[in-house]
Design a protein around this ligand. Structure first.
Ligand SMILES: [Zn+2]
Length: 241
């Protein structure tokens, strides 16, 4: 059994379990979820994938990654719907799990008790670095936990935090990946801090393969307007000087 990924389901023994894939934004959680589910499919297991309906960053019916590994997924309004819609699937994936409420823990326990493999991916902390329910509870009851890291845009160290770089009190800005950047413990600041791009290591966001880098984030990062704005801001000052 690999440390990163448990062996595939033995259908005769009816042994289920829970795997949690967690980490900050841009750490590649969705990519890892897709990788595991694709392997299960190759092993001829039936796979169903769910995500919260509020995650409208991507197309309606698939978990999208940049490398064409998209897997069809079903948006659901509540965790309880997963039980109803899972059918006879051997393997059940859940993406963006932090947007479900605590009912998700019971749902995953129930599915695992039925002998299914449950793979859950989600943010383990919010932008203030506080544990993001229900991921901590899922980590506690899971058989396997994989914590992934992004790369700190400031210093290049492994990043465990999602730094908010636009003002606001909301816990979650859905679909606004350009409102965050990955940072390590040392560079992280709990209050949102406006930053000017490009950053020393911003290319880790632009090149984040599947990760949580959305199309919008890519567009925002690539948008020359950002740099044009910065130049405009400095120009008047330069003229004065
Ligand atoms: Zn750092």
């Amino acid at each position: 059994m690999s440390a990163l990924e448990p062996h595939i389901v033995d259908r005769d023994r009816k042994t289920g379990w829970i795997e949690v894939i967690c980490g900050s934004m841009f750490s590649g959680k969705t990519e890892e979820l897709i990788r595991r589910l694709r392997r299960a499919r190759i092993a001829r297991q039936s796979v169903e994938v769910f995500k919260p309906a509020l995650d409208e960053r991507y197309s309606e019916d698939e978990v999208v990654s940049h490398d064409e590994n998209a897997i069809a997924t079903t948006p659901v309004d509540a965790a309880s719907q997963i039980v109803l819609m899972a059918g006879d699937a051997d393997v059940i994936g859940v993406d963006e799990a932090q947007f479900f409420d605590s009912e998700l823990v019971e749902v995953c326990q129930e599915l695992a008790a039925e002998g299914r493999r449950v793979v859950v991916a989600g943010l383990d902390t919010d932008y203030r670095a506080d544990p993001f329910d229900p991921i901590p509870q899922l980590m506690a009851v899971a058989e396997h936990v994989t914590k992934l890291h992004a790369v700190c845009v400031v210093c290049g160290a492994p990043a465990n935090h999602s730094q908010r770089i636009v003002p606001g009190e909301e816990r979650v800005l859905v679909g606004a990946t350009d409102a965050y950047e990955p940072r390590c413990r040392q560079c992280f600041e709990p209050e949102p801090v406006p930053v000017e791009r490009p950053r020393p290591h911003t290319d880790v966001i632009e090149r984040a393969p599947a990760a949580e880098a959305s199309a919008e984030a890519d567009e925002a990062a690539a948008r020359p307007a950002d740099r044009a704005d910065a130049e405009e801001e400095t120009s008047p000052a330069e003229r004065k000087a």
